[in-house]
Design a protein around this ligand. Structure first.
Ligand code: NAP
Length: 502
């Protein structure tokens, strides 16, 4: 049976209607009305989150693990309805929504098992040395503690895994931080169902209802009010460089500045070294085309740039990539404005002096079709904007004149989420010279693979130097992401009875 959204905000366990509404804009299916968020509602949600922190922030790891497991169960219980409305709102195929739900619930359950183990607390203990000369040492214990209420901005391109109940929310709740989510207006119905699931889980676990609130979007002042609210202690964000930078600046300008963990833009360059290009250029070109067009290219890890050495192998690579890309049909983008932004980005690249068109296609409305361009290393190095993200299935081949210029291109890169090396045994020396440069540029370095598909695991880093993220010491995927919402506290000579539960 088709689910009809209630269209209300979820504030500390209550459904709250706003005085104004906005219509959803689904790619297909029926549009629904959703309440518009307001700064007053943000204030109410943040005060409830602060009230919840006094119990939730001191809850046991087992209680929080049970809460996370219960959220996953409640999301699964709404699975069919989430898939239906999620696919309508985002235009993504149902199979993608089902897969993304598995990733989302898997991530919640992973955090449950992570905090049960307790390693994340990084417990340290320096026993007292009362007889030490010239002065005794006190007993010191260090424990990672939750920071307080966290604001989360749902991402447009992952309606589940990076949204209302996504990685940021899972990490914050695991740490012991109540969460106030600003839902993305591209998928308000999907967000509402996930919000219902979290609210139901909080209730059945007997938690303070302020542990979670969802405020639907609709207006810019909601996001501004959220990041500047004095009770919010950190922000998790995935989205555009412009939006993320504006919110980051607001966080820094607060009387009490707070960390803004923004995951912004990245072109995820691939360096295809000469041995690998000669031996298997066609295979790499086909793999690149598949990665570039997956989900209409709307992945933060989309590999937008391929850097290789000029010559006959480069010709062959471009021809194979073109053949693979021209067979890909039109794909629906997440929103009308993203499709427009994609076409504007494509036109900007196409109009750049020294850039040749390999494949250009036309698309209208909310659709995107792949495009492929190529340029020389010298032109790329002289044009800063050719290193900027075009969100969608657009590829740029950069032909370096020699290995020295390849290194120069690597050095000129902005911060990236990922950098990829395609290399064979004979490319080892060049690979070794690139590594120290790429390590300074990216959060994740891959060999002989494609960066789309981010494993949720202990070792994952989904972050990188600016503008890939606003905080290069952090990741927004994987268990390490919990560290964003913790801070170390040292307890000196405190009696056991006063120490927090580890
Ligand atoms: P966005 O425009 O940055 O919006 C993300 C969230 O931040 C939304 O909730 C938005 O609210 C809010 N927001 C943005 N600017 C704000 C401001 N100045 N003040 C207050 N709130 C603000 O990102 P998007 O809507 O997801 O997509 C737009 C573009 O972002 C895409 O075309 C793409 O280029 C890029 N993008 C990149 C990634 C990535 O992973 N790197 C992911 C998704 C999108 P409203 O919706 O109410 O405006």
């Amino acid at each position: 049976m088709t689910h009809t959204p209630h269209g209300k905000h979820l504030i500390a366990g209550e459904e709250v209607a706003g005085s104004a509404s906005f219509p959803s804009s689904p790619a297909h299916g029926t549009a629904h009305a959703f309440s518009v968020g307001t700064p007053d509602l943000v204030d109410r949600a943040c005060k409830s989150a602060e009230a919840a922190f006094w119990s939730f922030g001191y809850s046991s790891r087992e209680d929080r693990a049970q809460f996370l497991d219960k959220i996953a169960d409640e999301i699964d219980a709404r699975g069919d309805a989430i898939t239906e409305i999620g696919s309508q709102e985002s235009g993504l195929p149902e199979a993608r929504l089902i897969g993304e739900r598995g990733r989302t619930t898997g991530q919640l359950r992973l955090f449950a098992s992570h905090i049960r183990k307790g390693d994340y607390l990084d417990l340290r203990h320096d026993p007292a040395l009362p007889d030490r000369q010239p002065a005794p040492r006190p007993e010191l214990r260090m424990i990672q503690r939750p920071i307080g209420p966290v604001a989360v901005f749902g991402a447009s391109n992952f309606p589940l895994a990076f949204s209302v109940g996504g990685g940021d929310t899972a990490a914050a709740l695991a740490a012991g931080c109540p969460v106030v989510v600003k839902g993305h207006s591209a998928h308000p119905g999907t967000g509402e169902l996930v919000g219902d699931a979290i609210t139901a889980a909080a209730k059945s676990c007997g938690l303070h209802p302020g542990v979670f609130s969802l405020i639907q979007g609709g207006k810019r002042d909601v996001g501004e009010a959220l990041v500047t609210h004095p009770l919010i202690k950190a922000v998790g964000f995935t989205g555009s460089l412009t939006g993320g930078r504006a919110l980051f600046d607001l966080c820094a300008a607060r009387p009490e500045p707070i960390p803004f963990f923004g995951e912004l833009g990245s072109v995820n360059p691939m360096f295809i070294l000469p041995g690998a290009l000669g031996a298997r250029g066609d295979e790499i070109a086909n793999g690149w085309a598949a990665s570039l067009t997956m989900g209409a290219g709307q992945f933060c890890t989309n590999p937008g740039i391929a850097v290789l050495l000029d010559g006959p192998d480069a010709e062959g690579f471009a021809a194979t990539a073109k053949a693979a890309l021209q067979d890909v049909g039109a794909q629906t983008m997440l929103t009308d404005s993203m499709a427009e932004a994609y076409r504007a980005g494509r036109d900007r690249v196409a109009a750049s002096e020294g850039v040749e068109t390999v494949l250009t296609t036309t698309s209208g409305q909310r659709n995107a079709t792949p495009c492929l361009y190529e340029t020389s290393g010298a032109v790329w190095l002289a044009n800063h904007h050719l290193g900027e993200e075009v969100f969608g299935p657009l590829g740029l081949i950069v032909r370096a004149q020699d290995t020295g210029q390849m290194l120069e291109i690597a050095r000129a890169l902005q911060g990236q989420l990922t950098c990829t090396l395609h290399l064979d045994a004979e490319d080892s020396d060049l690979g070794r010279s690139l590594m120290p440069v790429l390590e300074r540029k990216a959060g994740r370095i891959l060999a002989n693979g494609y960066p789309t598909g981010v494993e949720v695991a202990d070792s994952m880093v989904h972050g990188g130097p600016y503008p890939a993220s606003t905080n290069f010491g952090a990741t927004s995927v994987g268990t390490l992401s919990i560290r964003r919402f913790l801070r170390p506290v040292c307890y000196q000579n405190l009696p056991e009875a006063l120490l927090p539960r580890g």
